[in-house]
Design a protein around this ligand. Structure first.
Ligand SMILES: [Zn+2]
Length: 271
């Protein structure tokens, strides 16, 4: 699933092209992906101009010149591809926006979990409204992490994955940050010390920054807005490296289920 570095890389690759484009034709192809429904989407989006492109958490947000916004969430396998010379659309196409001059933006999604939400003002998708702060907002993020530690006895990994606590982390960058901070992913969150929260916050910022500088992690489906894969998969410390040597101590990287997710960690380095 694309996480913050991947979604932000997609945004950056699309940013030179989308703002200012007039949408001449709309093809909502996978009806169940659309909120409120494909008919409304077709009616409200056809003929509109895209005024800006933003990211919040794992959502991409397109603003239109009629005051409406489109929130796209790629979920498991969604891709968003811009092309000036489009080829025939792939089998699992959720949406095509056709622009003046022949370019198009296509959403491909083999697993069909991605969503396209058209809204105005306070009708934003609940997942977007409930999002916690972006990771760079240190004070807010640390306050939310500590508050989560006081209220709940779940694992630290579950808290990092909770988009209401902070926005943008998923399975890959969570495992990487917990490794850098030396914290076992299954540790109950009420047993994280204030110093460890600081360390973990620094680790989160570092792994996201690295992921972004490598234009995202391409293990399965992810490519950027122009179809190019990222390279951060070559730099991962523990994620996806089960039984390979830990980069810090050489012990085989361990694997277990934490917070319902397959989790990579080092038994020696993470306590
Ligand atoms: Zn180790």
């Amino acid at each position: 699933m694309p996480e913050l570095p991947e979604v932000e890389t997609i945004r950056r690759t699309l940013a030179p092209y989308l703002p200012g484009k007039v949408i001449t034709r709309v093809e909502p192809r996978l009806a169940k992906a659309f909120r409120p429904d494909p008919e409304t989407f077709l009616r409200e989006v056809t003929g509109r101009k895209i005024t800006s492109l933003a990211r919040r958490g794992k959502y991409l947000l397109l603003s239109l010149d009629n005051g409406k916004k489109i929130a796209i969430h790629l979920r498991m396998s969604g891709r968003l591809l811009y092309s000036e010379n489009p080829s025939p659309p792939p089998k699992h196409t959720t949406l095509i926006l056709h622009f003046e001059g022949g370019a198009e933006l296509l959403m491909e999604d083999p697993r069909k979990f991605g969503t396209v939400h058209l809204f105005a003002g306070k009708d934003a998708p609940p997942g977007l409204t409930a999002l916690g702060p972006e990771p760079e907002k240190k004070k807010e993020v640390l306050a939310n992490l500590r508050a989560a530690g006081e209220r709940r006895k779940v694992s630290v990994k579950a808290v990092l994955l909770d988009q209401r606590v902070l926005a943008g982390l998923g399975n890959i960058y969570t495992d990487e940050a917990l490794f850098l901070a030396g914290i076992d992913p299954s540790r109950p969150v009420n047993r994280i010390t204030p110093e460890e929260w600081e360390k973990l916050y620094t680790a989160i910022c570092q792994v996201l920054e690295e992921g972004l500088s490598h234009r995202g992690t391409s293990r399965r489906d992810y490519v950027d807005g122009k179809g190019e894969p990222g390279t951060h998969q070559d730099y991962l410390r523990v994620y996806g490296r089960r039984d390979q040597p830990c980069p810090a101590c050489g012990e085989p990287v361990a694997y277990k289920r934490v917070a319902g997710r397959g989790t990579h960690y080092c038994r020696i380095c993470q306590q």
